[in-house]
Design a protein around this ligand. Structure first.
Ligand SMILES: [Zn+2]
Length: 285
């Protein structure tokens, strides 16, 4: 004798399936909405990071006064402050003087939006916790500010590096990072760049780059720091060759190294197992 499901059993099964699929779809839609909202929030923060960097350069308070055009000082109206929309409405040019707006605006907004989504996703999927995700986001924000300042002034101000050191210590504490790993990370990162800085008489890299390796050593440990340095020199090399071949830079043009270190740090923050994969590639693991 074999069992034939009764009609009420089949109906129950059908209702269960429908409820399960509905709840599942609702969660997917909800996760999508949360992700979209986070991306927009991150984009607004990205836009503000450029204001902080530019006001630092012009010695102004980032929290006071309205935003202005970099060229003609025209005060921006409210819709010219909305991420992406403002760039599209103005077709990438100032509505008053028609000068090209910096491509940094949409780039910073998009990057910061991506960081907000990815770090929260890592917090949920890897069980890292919201504090760790927020601290990582803060590190990314300070690095974005430093990239802008270094590109324009060839300078990595100590104040921002101190913030990075403080947040990195907090992250290492929350993540229970082994002290020996941090010590070797600092030795590899700060030590290597210090030798390079001293050996070239400061011609190749600046002392700010050496100091920037302190928070990176604390954050990424030995393997992370070695991977970061490799990536930074690799990306820097490619950009250098591109600038030379397109005649946008000469053999004696000084190119800030801080942005390459920051971009390499972004790669490791977005792909946490990158150092592991890099050491596997080297055949060390
Ligand atoms: Zn203008």
């Amino acid at each position: 004798m074999h069992l034939v499901p009764s009609s009420s059993g089949a109906i129950c099964f059908l209702i269960n399936e429908i409820v399960w699929h509905t709840v599942n779809s609702m969660f997917t839609v909800l996760a999508g909405l949360v992700g979209f909202f986070l991306f927009l929030l991150g984009s607004c923060i990205g836009s503000f990071l450029l204001v902080i960097a530019d006001r630092y350069i012009s010695h102004e308070n980032p929290f006071l006064g309205r935003s202005k055009c970099d060229y003609c000082n025209k005060q921006l109206v409210w819709y010219e402050l909305i991420p992406y929309i403002s760039f599209l409405i103005q077709r990438g040019r100032c509505s008053s003087c028609k000068k090209k707006l910096s491509a940094h605006y949409p780039l910073y907004e998009a990057l910061c939006g991506v960081f907000a989504v990815v770090f929260l996703q890592q917090a949920v999927l890897l069980g890292q916790g919201i504090f760790l995700a927020s601290a990582m986001f803060l590190v990314a924000c300070v690095l974005l500010i430093l990239i802008r300042i270094d590109l324009l002034l060839m300078l990595l101000p100590d104040g921002f590096i101190w913030v990075l050191i403080a947040v990195s210590c907090g992250i290492a504490g929350i993540a229970h990072a082994p002290f020996s790993d941090i010590a070797f990370g600092l030795l590899a990162g700060v030590g290597f760049l210090y030798v390079l800085w001293a050996g070239t008489g400061g011609a190749g890299i600046g002392f700010g780059d050496v100091k920037l390796m302190i928070p990176f050593g604390i954050l990424f440990g030995f393997r992370g720091t070695v991977t970061l340095l490799f990536l930074a020199f690799f990306i820097g090399g490619i950009v250098g060759i591109l600038l030379l071949s397109t005649k946008k830079a000469g053999a004696k043009t000084a190119i800030p190294f801080g942005p390459f270190l920051a971009i390499a740090a972004f790669a490791i923050m977005l792909i946490p197992d990158l150092p592991h994969r890099f050491f596997q590639l080297l055949g060390v693991e």
